[in-house]
Write a protein that binds this ligand. Sequence first.
Ligand SMILES: Cc1cc2nc3c(=O)[nH]c(=O)nc-3n(C[C@H](O)[C@H](O)[C@H](O)COP(=O)(O)OP(=O)(O)OC[C@H]3O[C@@H](n4cnc5c(N)ncnc54)[C@H](O)[C@@H]3O)c2cc1C
Ligand SMILES: C[S@@+](CC[C@H](N)C(=O)[O-])C[C@H]1O[C@@H](n2cnc3c(N)ncnc32)[C@H](O)[C@@H]1O
Length: 572
Amino acid sequence: MLKSHPKALTQCEPPSLDWSRPGTPAATDFDDIYFSVDGGTEETRTVFLGGCGLPDGWAGKMLYTIGELGFGSGLNFLTTWQMWEQASPHICAKTARLHFISIEKHPFSAAQLEQALNAWPELSDYAAQLISAWPERVKGFHRLHFGRVTLTLIHDDIANALEALDAQVDAWFLDGFSPKKNPHMWSTNIMTKLASLSADGARLATFTVAGSVRQALSEAGFQTEKKTGFGRKRHRLEARFIPAHKPAKPQRSKPSLIPTIIGTGIGGASLARAFMRRGIKPRIVSRGNKHAASGNAAALVKPRFDLQDRPESRFYLASYLYALQAYGKTDAILSHGVTQFPKTENEFTRFVKLAAQAALPLTHFHLNNDILSLPQSLTVSPQKLIAAFTQKLEITTETISHLDEIDGPVFAAMGYGIKSIFNSGLPKLRFSRGQISWAKAADNIKTPMSYGGYVIPFDNKCLIGATHDAVCGDAPYVVKPEDDRRNFEAFSNIMRYDLTPDLSEPSRASIRVTTPDTLPMILTPKPNQYILTGLGSRGFVFAPLLAEAIVSHWLGEPLPIEKKVWARFGPR
Ligand SMILES: Cc1cc2nc3c(=O)[nH]c(=O)nc-3n(C[C@H](O)[C@H](O)[C@H](O)COP(=O)(O)OP(=O)(O)OC[C@H]3O[C@@H](n4cnc5c(N)ncnc54)[C@H](O)[C@@H]3O)c2cc1C
Ligand SMILES: C[S@@+](CC[C@H](N)C(=O)[O-])C[C@H]1O[C@@H](n2cnc3c(N)ncnc32)[C@H](O)[C@@H]1O
């Protein structure tokens, strides 16, 4: 059988916008408009929110999930968010959450969003928050948090996106362009996928009552009803998912048991943050970060790039964007911007291909002569970051020798400590010792540079790292002078000049945990036990989104990553 050739990872195709029509942007390639010229927000409130019985349907719910087909200008999302802010304090518990999932094949740019949303001054605060977190046209899943409202954007074609989604949806907003102009979004195949993602009794609303749409919905198990339409449209449609032959889906509820996190590295701290944002206060136990991989004075947060469009390549970019959002709100940022030098001719050729494919927008990454410039990459202080993510939480200093010692649900991110908790059955992991060294400040090093190794200027000196060696012997944390020499040599070999060692700062060794395929790993040895491991050399990039995925999974919330990626990483 012929193997299918993987596609190049690029950004989504842009929309073809026409701004000349009064009251709404239009898409020239679909010859249709984004929202009603009789009043966009009113249309949203009548057709979609009212059509799904909202806000009343939120009453008493701890978790409510809306799925939208066609994010467009985000007007439906912002109007929903506004209604949630106004209504939920009166009808929902304080910790209730709204998940809004939206699929879009041709995402607007931030500037286009701004232009479209300027027409709605009453939504300007919401729009500003959306625009500042906007992932541009980067492909795949993007999770954005706005207080108790969580937006999961899926930048992809509708069919792929629904296939990749793991969620239980309470209400659907069907807002593709009209079925005549955009039939792909209204097919029986799509409606069947919606049914498979629907909670029992899920509501559905749309502006069209086209016979083909009603037929497709009813074949998929939705009971439809025509209602009086909005503006110049005579009718609109409401529907309910009443499955004929489906077993009832498990009820979602917030587990009442208090979770325990093991570890205060970036993995444990990110888990704590994911719980805290949901109003769940976890317990934390740790033996401290003296030897933790997360215990260096600085860490780089820069993207891992892949030329091919694979689910994990999209995850690399999404986790990077998510980490930038998460860290941007802390006081842990030491500097912005990293330059990456090619180690070899081949690597330079790869840089050229990456720049041509531009999976991230130019604001994130471009080639400058033969050097990759990553203007938004960060240097962070791990210590400050971990303190910010675990503030207000009590941390017990303790060494855990087995997960079963802990009562209740346990979430472990133990770095190298994973080795001692498995008597047998330790998954295939590699342990790689890394040493960092210190150099005196150098005039020509103003921003962090990466070249296989890396050098980070801060506090009037430079951190230089790091070695990669298999762990051997029983004193892996003891510093080796020859490793300092290797760090300096690695720098000089690429940069063609020498740095001066700064002996006033001690070098430090710690251990990375890596899987054979270099992907992160999520283990679930028993129900209610999760282990986050295999963060390799990119823990500060991967941990926040993986922690969000683990906590979402435990709570039965929509996953923030593709089903296939979740299946590849875990739970095993
Ligand atoms: C030299 C070096 C440089 C690096 N530079 C970068 C970088 O610039 N950017 C980047 O993204 N990544 C970098 N990494 C990788 C990154 O540091 C790791 O991926 C990340 O720190 C792993 O985080 P973690 O929380 O899984 O583990 P760790 O940070 O190792 O934390 C493990 C935690 O678990 C606790 N623990 C372990 N066992 C037990 C037990 N039995 N009982 C109780 N508590 C326990 C420990 O006390 C600790 O708090 C680097 C790694 C190394 C070694
Ligand atoms: C009517 S507009 C949506 C308006 C939007 N809900 C809003 O609030 O502005 C329809 C959207 O569907 C998107 N779309 C069209 N075909 C698609 C497909 N195959 N997959 C995903 N989205 C698609 C369009 O790009 C467009 O943004």
